[in-house]
Design a protein around this ligand. Structure first.
Ligand SMILES: O=C(CO)[C@H](O)[C@H](O)COP(=O)(O)O
Length: 352
């Protein structure tokens, strides 16, 4: 099976992009993190690919990004396979060419979100030659069910209550409770795209071997599918306030490789600042500027010695302008920008 080996760079702030992946605010929101993970995953999408388009607030950013790159002509000949009617609607509205698994049974790459990701990259919640899962760090759990979020099981509507009882008793040892998913608006049973119901299972404790649990669930009559995706993710991209981490599985073994963590964590910011900000990506520069300002404040010198500069290799022209709002938010003003072939350099200083 092909393995996604991501070369990790911070999402680049593209001047021409209407929605830069890193915003210059000091605090990244959960949605910012979702967007960062999504943009990172879309770097793996190449022209001509059949791409599985996932569902949810994280996957939505990936679909937006793919559409944007198609509009820019940076991606061509993409065929999207949506995983829900909602994603189908979004993709159609954005003009992404779509198909289905009957016409395109081989999906080159699928990108989807997840509700939980355990340390072995098992998920509560994909498909494709490569399956990249995108999450913010709040989704990391020690075991499936560890966040006390639901593990959904799709059941046929006939005898759903019987299915619920059987499911709960299957996991009684883990303090399982279950409930029929309902629409908040009218209290009626939620109906899936396939016309089925969902039983949400909540676990108090670790349910143990996930393959055994999966087999036991699927052996019950009336069960269509469950939300555990065991051993399917080839990469999980996790965006957190300290940076983006890509966890990849090598071959079919449960050998995990945690690729280098990009540096907008504090340690890297400090190192970068000591180096004068050399070779920072634009996202990192923002964070470094913020960190520098914080350091100066904590050192009690809010107005002095605040020059910050960075060299950035191979960035699109105009990036310095894109950084100005970030710098301005920090009270820094633009001084100069030089473009020396591959290296651009920008300098900001503290405004008076
Ligand atoms: O499995 C899913 C939809 O079926 C979603 O990917 C999962 O629920 C995560 O959603 P979000 O990205 O909104 O947190």
């Amino acid at each position: 099976m092909a393995v996604a080996h991501a070369t990790i760079e911070p999402p680049t702030l593209m001047v021409s992009s209407p929605a830069p992946p890193l915003c210059p605010s000091v605090n990244l929101t959960q949605d910012d993190l979702k967007k960062i993970a999504a943009y990172k995953a879309v770097e793996h999408v190449k022209s001509g690919m059949v791409v599985g388009l996932g569902t949810g607030s994280t996957a939505k950013h990936a679909v937006d990004r793919i559409a944007h790159l198609l509009q820019q002509g940076k991606l061509k000949d993409i065929v999207g396979i949506p995983t829900s009617t909602k994603t189908h609607e979004q993709a159609v509205s954005l003009g992404i060419p779509l198909s289905n698994l009957d016409s395109h049974p081989v999906v080159d790459l699928a990108i989807d979100g997840a509700d939980e990701v355990d340390p072995e990259l098992n998920l509560v919640k994909g498909r494709g030659q490569k399956f990249i899962v995108i999450v913010d760090e709040s989704k990391l759990v020690n075991y499936v069910g560890g966040s006390r979020l639901a593990m959904p099981v799709e059941v046929i509507p006939f005898c759903w209550n019987h299915s619920l009882t059987r499911l709960v008793s299957l996991f009684a040892y883990a303090g399982c409770v279950g409930e029929l998913r309902k629409y908040a608006e009218n209290g009626e049973a939620f109906v899936t795209d396939n016309g089925n119901y969902i039983i949400d299972l909540y676990f108090e404790k670790d349910i143990g071997d996930l393959k055994e649990a999966s087999d036991a669930i699927l052996r019950l009559p009336g069960i269509v599918e469950h939300g555990m995706f065991i051993g399917l993710a080839t990469s999980v991209i996790v965006a957190g306030v300290d940076g983006v981490t890509v966890k990849s599985k090598v071959g079919n073994e449960l050998e995990m490789r945690q690729e280098r963590q990009i540096g907008f964590n504090r340690q890297n910011q400090n190192e970068a600042l000591q180096r004068g900000g050399e070779n920072l990506g634009s996202g990192q520069l923002m964070m470094a500027l913020q960190r520098k300002t914080q350091l100066q404040r904590s050192a009690g010198c809010p107005k002095r010695g605040a020059a910050a500069e960075a060299k950035i290799g191979q960035r699109p022209n105009g990036w310095a302008a894109a950084l100005r709002p970030a710098a301005a938010a920090l009270g820094l003003v633009f001084v100069t920008s030089t473009n020396v072939v591959a290296n651009q350099r920008v300098q900001f200083t503290k405004g008076s």
